[in-house]
Design a protein around this ligand. Structure first.
Ligand code: SF4
Length: 207
């Protein structure tokens, strides 16, 4: 399929044993939460094959998943999430959007540069990060937290993957994978190739 892409290389950023004890991912405060995962057409087909209902996707060419009310608590869940075990039922075929987290792909505030960063809402990354004093003139960095070297190496690998040819062409078809600006995300770098790809394909304005 045109938008089928390889999995992000390398190990999962947050160890699974920590992920399953966490209360953040895969749960959403509102039915229309901005951060519901986006699935490409081929990712939707994979999810359907693995038991996610077709009604979970309003547009089978690519869409954010429709979340469902939490059966025993407040808020909403991704329909692929099992609240009893805290596992993703489609983990092996989870979409790029989910593989990427707790890294984040977003537009800057002016919506003219794509940025790559990490989400301090992830308790693991927040705990791993160190407080630092920003250097004078570091305009992109909005936080004073920095990741340790091993996580920075992983971040660089993911950023390189995101600007590989296969992924760039998929992102041009599915520009919604780049979210609007999120003020809390800690910016690591600009993605200039991706910015140019989205702008030159006319898919840059996804607001
Ligand atoms: S697809 Fe899996 S990893 Fe992604 S939000 Fe749903 S349950 Fe979580």
């Amino acid at each position: 399929m045109a938008d089928s892409i390889p999995m992000i290389p390398g190990p999962q950023v947050v160890p699974s044993a920590i992920c399953v004890r966490c209360e953040v991912c895969c749960r959403f405060p509102e039915h229309d939460s901005l951060l519901r995962p986006y699935f490409t057409a081929s990712e939707i087909q994979q999810a359907l094959t693995h038991g996610v209902p077709p009604s979970s996707f309003p547009d089978h060419r690519g869409s954010q998943v429709e979340v469902v009310p939490h059966p025993t608590d407040e808020g909403f869940l991704c329909p692929a999430f099992d609240p009893a075990t805290h596992h993703c039922r489609i983990y092996e075929v989870r979409p790029l959007d989910c593989q990427l987290y707790p890294f984040a792909l977003m537009w800057n505030e002016q919506h003219d540069i794509v940025l790559f960063g990490w989400d301090p809402l992830c308790p693991f990354l927040l705990e791993q990060s160190l407080e630092v004093t920003p250097l004078k003139g570091e305009k992109l960095r909005r936080s004073i937290r920095e990741l340790p070297r091993t996580l920075m190496d992983q971040a660089r690998t993911v950023a390189t993957y995101l600007e590989s040819e296969d992924v760039l062409s998929t992102l041009a078809i599915h520009p919604r994978l780049v979210t609007p600006f999120q003020p809390d995300v800690v910016v690591l770098q600009r993605l200039d190739r991706l910015t140019v790809t989205l702008q030159s394909s006319g898919t840059g304005d996804t607001r």
